[in-house]
Design a protein. Structure first.
Length: 164
């Protein structure tokens, strides 16, 4: 896929995946070259092929990115009730079932008020619950990601028509 011209479609695939799975998988490599995958629910994509995520809990992810800034993010639409069932019935997907974005992460920085507000709006459905307070209330630091390539998740004949 063309990252520049198809960014709105890529963002929609990520949005659908985030709503159904509530997290993305972010892959890095450690100092010894071993892969490490971390679930991150706070990734927010911007209009300009960049994004950011809040880095509150992951320890290994941040340590890896401090040494090697390359990152891969995987989003999979996990909505079985409609997305997958519809595709299985039709024998084809209406959009790619997932997408991989590759890029370079920045150093950790303080989140802006706008970024914090955007995140709090995203998780406002759980406001007042104990888990919201523990997980999401005090999100303060982020890393930016500049994406430079993408690859859709392919499923043989069920996605062949989407690659044209």
């Amino acid at each position: 896929m063309d990252l520049i011209n198809q960014w709105p479609e890529i963002r929609q695939i990520f949005e659908d995946a985030g709503q159904s799975s509530f997290s993305y998988s972010i892959a890095t490599v450690d100092a010894n070259g071993y892969p490490h995958v971390t679930p991150i629910g706070s990734l927010i994509l911007r209009d300009d092929r960049t994004g950011y995520y809040f880095e509150k809990f992951p320890v290994q992810l941040g340590a890896n990115l401090d040494k090697n800034h390359r990152v891969a993010v995987l989003a999979i639409n996990g909505d079985f009730q409609s997305f997958w069932l519809e595709a299985l019935s039709a024998g084809k997907f209406k959009t790619f079932p997932g997408m991989r974005l590759m890029g370079k992460a920045s150093a950790r920085r303080e989140a802006t008020e706008e970024e914090i507000k955007s995140w709090q709006q995203r998780v406002s459905f759980a406001e007042g619950l104990k888990g919201h307070e523990i997980l999401w209330k005090n999100m303060k630091t982020v890393r930016d990601i500049q994406f430079d390539s993408c690859r859709p998740v392919l499923c043989g004949e069920m996605t062949a028509h989407l690659r044209q």
